[in-house]
Design a protein. Structure first.
Lengths: 116, 689
């Protein structure tokens, strides 16, 4: 009884979360998808490192840091683009996207230099 | 061992300087003369050199080469018949002619003689007199028909005498204040020529003045410790080749020439003439032609002169072996090696090098006619090995000879007496330090080979002893008696073996030596050296080894000195350097890597699928042509930057990348700004609408 109610509660919670998320604007969903993509790529690389070893350690680091870095930048972009955040109300999303592109380019210049 | 002995002989030879052996002219001079006077380009360059060569060959008894005679004679005839020849050339030509006897026209001499007489009268310098008078003397010697007599001989003698100095030396000319010994020799030779050419008797007072000059000149002789006298030539002038040898040679020639023409005996001291002969012989075999000529010419004039003929006492060998019972042999010759008149050589005294007192022996040496050698049957009984100075005296049999020959009183000669030294009672032991008990005791045979092996620790002592006995049973203290201990690591220690009388003894107390031995335990090779110049059986031989057990080195103990590096190892080829490469890291299997490549790409696929499911579209993409072009350019520029990054990873370096990135960045900034501001303005319009 208790178990089924807990399942039911979880289902209810999940459902409410999903319906709440469905209300999220599409552009934020795209950013979320991008963050998930970057994080999962990083996780796969970590898994590979755990199996094979750290031998080209700087290559591993640059691969993982590239993913984490771009995910962090994407989160920043999401913060700035989100209309709920009153703090960035005056900032146009185009300006935030330009920042995102510039930071990515700088990040990847460093990553490429470090890749070896 | 030969090296050690050689060094000892060298060291010993420095000790004796007051006595020396002078050997008469020998075959080594003849071979040297042939070598030095061999013309470099077929013929000798000048008549002067030709004369010097011919004269040296004549004195040494070398047959002159006939092939040069014709060419040389042609030069002589040319020089003599030319009316413009210089005085010096005439003189040299006549000198060469005197030796070669070229066929010359008698008229030639008749033509030259008046010229030479005029030259004598008008001469102003010493060399003018020398050449003109010398030429006239040579003509006189060849041809008696030509009148070469000088009427005014007295005035010529006075003119030459006017150039002399108070110390017996001469000046070259009246306006040259410097005086020279070489010039004195030339002047005396010229004076002798004038006297022989004089038509009437020369004023005796002039002759006695010249004799005075000669004795003053001889007072200026300098002496070496070994009894040789020489003239030191301080003046180095335009005549170039001047030194003690040329000066002494010139004076000897001058004096003998003057003695030959003067009526009275010059009464010159015989020991100085002998000393000059010794100096000339002491020059050995000179290294250049000029010096050889000076030496040989002067010795030739000493060989047969009216003053006193020096007799040279020489020894075939100055090293006598007691063991071989060598005889003491002495030969007496004239300077050029000719036989001496009948005489007796007496051994007067023997000085031992160690002590000052001499044993006086008055013993006649026997004469052996076959080899012309004086010899002593047996050495005096008390002569043991060592170095001695023997004093000889030459006694001429004929009392008339005493006026002719100069023997120079007593002659001191260094003699080395060598012999086989008896080495016996050689023993080596290891002793206990405190009680002196003998731990190990070995006998050594120092004449043969030894290879003992001992062992000792730092509380023990090594004891070595042997006896050295000379052939007469006396003690001998050799120059070298060393014991050498050399460790395996080539660290060497040398100890002097001390002696008391015949007994030689060395005690090594290892307790006191551990520091000196650098606490190095292990095998030490033992080597014994006993050497002396008079010891015929000097030896340097290994005795064996001793294994030393020394205590551990304390912290502060001195390290053994680094051994001298063998120069061949320092400059030789270095050892080859083998490069060791790091082993490559283990790579994972390629299948696994490919699988993970696919796995890494799968989130991207998921991302694209996710985008499709979100129904993402490009509706916001500008439709107007100019903004669309900027938007396309913006995306292309981003793609270009990313591909530049991949090029940077693959091949470019940071500098070229940054340069290209600079241009691309400006372009990207421009098109990005245009595109994004267009989007911003459209969204602002939407909002306001």
């Amino acid at each position: 009884m208790a178990k089924s109610s807990a399942t039911k509660d979880a289902q209810a919670l999940f459902h409410s979360l999903r319906s709440a998320y469905a209300a999220t604007p599409t552009n934020l969903k795209i950013i979320d998808l991008y963050v998930i993509f970057a994080i999962s790529t990083a996780l796969i690389q970590v898994a590979y490192m755990a199996i094979v070893g750290t031998f080209p350690f700087n290559s591993f680091l640059s691969g993982v840091l590239s993913c984490i870095g771009t995910a962090v930048l994407a989160v920043c972009l999401r913060i700035q683009v989100n209309k709920e955040n009153k703090e960035f109300k005056d900032l146009p999303p185009e300006r935030a996207f330009a920042d995102f592109v510039l930071c990515n380019l700088v990040l990847h210049l460093v990553i490429m230099n470090f890749l070896g | 061992m030969a090296k050690v002995l050689g060094f000892l002989v060298l060291a010993l030879s420095v000790l004796i300087c007051e006595a020396a052996i002078f050997k008469p002219i020998s075959d080594s001079h003849r071979s040297a003369a042939l070598e030095l006077f061999t013309p470099a380009h077929g013929s000798l360059s000048s008549l002067e050199e030709t004369y010097e060569a011919l004269r040296t060959f004549e004195v040494l008894g070398i047959k002159k080469q006939p092939d040069q005679r014709a060419a040389t004679c042609a030069t002589v005839v040319d020089t003599l018949s030319s009316p413009t020849s210089a005085l010096k050339d005439l003189f040299q030509a006549l000198r060469v002619n005197g030796l070669l006897n070229c066929e010359l026209n008698k008229k030639t001499f008749a033509g030259i003689a008046p010229r030479l007489k005029d030259a004598v009268k008008s001469a102003s310098s010493l060399l003018d007199y020398y050449y003109s008078v010398g030429s006239l003397v040579l003509i006189k010697g060849l041809n008696s028909d030509v009148d070469v007599h000088l009427e005014s001989a007295d005035s010529v003698v006075r003119a030459i005498k006017a150039l002399s100095q108070s110390d017996g030396r001469w000046r070259y000319s009246s306006n040259n204040p410097e005086s020279s010994t070489y010039a004195a020799g030339i002047a005396l030779e010229s004076l002798a020529g004038v006297i022989s050419l004089a038509s009437s008797e020369i004023d005796q007072s002039l002759v006695s003045m010249v004799r005075n000059d000669i004795s003053k000149l001889l007072d200026g002789l300098e002496k070496y410790d070994d009894g040789a006298y020489y003239f030191d030539e301080k003046l180095a002038d335009a005549h170039g080749h001047q030194g003690p040898l040329s000066a002494s040679s010139a004076v000897v020639r001058g004096i003998t020439a003057f003695a030959a023409v003067s009526a009275e005996n010059l009464n010159l001291p015989g020991d100085k003439i002998l000393g000059l002969a010794k100096f000339l012989l002491g020059a050995g075999v000179p290294g250049n032609a000029k010096d050889l000529y000076y030496q040989i010419e002067a010795l030739a004039s000493l060989e047969n002169n009216r003053v006193s003929i020096p007799l040279i006492l020489s020894l075939p060998t100055s090293i006598l072996s007691l063991t071989r019972k060598d005889q003491l042999k002495v030969s007496v010759n004239t300077v050029l090696g000719a036989a001496a008149p009948s005489l007796t050589v007496k051994l007067k005294q023997i000085f031992s090098s160690g002590s000052k007192d001499a044993s006086v022996i008055d013993q006649d040496l026997k004469f052996e006619h076959e080899n012309a050698v004086h010899y002593l049957d047996a050495l005096p009984k008390d002569i043991d090995v060592g170095s001695y100075i023997f004093t000889f005296e030459i006694v001429l049999h004929d009392s008339e000879h005493k006026m002719i020959y100069a023997t120079g009183g007593r002659t001191k000669v260094p003699i080395y007496v060598t012999g086989v030294i008896k080495v016996d009672n050689a023993e080596i032991s290891v002793l206990d330090s405190d009680l002196g008990n003998i731990e190990t005791h070995k006998k050594l045979d120092l004449a043969g080979k030894n290879s003992i092996s001992l062992s000792a620790n730092h509380l023990q002592k090594l004891w070595l002893s042997f006896q050295l006995t000379s052939p007469l049973g006396h003690a001998l203290k050799p120059h070298q008696a060393f014991l050498k201990l050399s460790h395996e690591s080539k660290v060497e220690h040398i100890f002097v073996v001390g002696n008391s009388g015949k007994q030689f003894e060395l005690i090594l107390d290892f307790l006191g030596l551990v520091e000196q031995f650098f606490y190095l335990s292990g095998r030490y090779d033992i080597q014994l050296t006993v050497g002396d110049a008079v010891m015929e059986n000097s030896f340097l031989q290994p005795l064996g080894s001793v294994a030393l057990d020394l205590p551990e080195a304390p912290e502060k103990a001195a390290r053994p000195p680094p051994q001298a590096v063998d120069p061949s190892s320092r400059f030789g080829p270095k050892a080859e350097i083998a490069h060791i490469f790091r082993a490559p890291e283990k790579r994972p299997p390629s299948n696994l890597s490919y699988a993970f490549l696919a796995l890494v790409l799968s989130p991207f696929v998921g991302f694209l699928v996710g985008l499709l499911r979100l129904r993402v579209n490009l509706k916001n993409f500008p439709t107007a042509s100019a903004p669309a072009a900027f938007a396309i350019l913006f995306h292309l520029a981003i793609a270009a930057v990313l591909s530049l990054y991949s090029l940077f990873w693959l091949e470019l370096n940071l500098f070229t990348t940054l340069k290209a990135l600079g241009f691309l960045g400006i372009f990207l900034l421009f098109v990005g700004h245009r595109t994004l501001s267009h989007l911003a303005s459209t969204s602002a319009k939407l909002k306001s609408a």
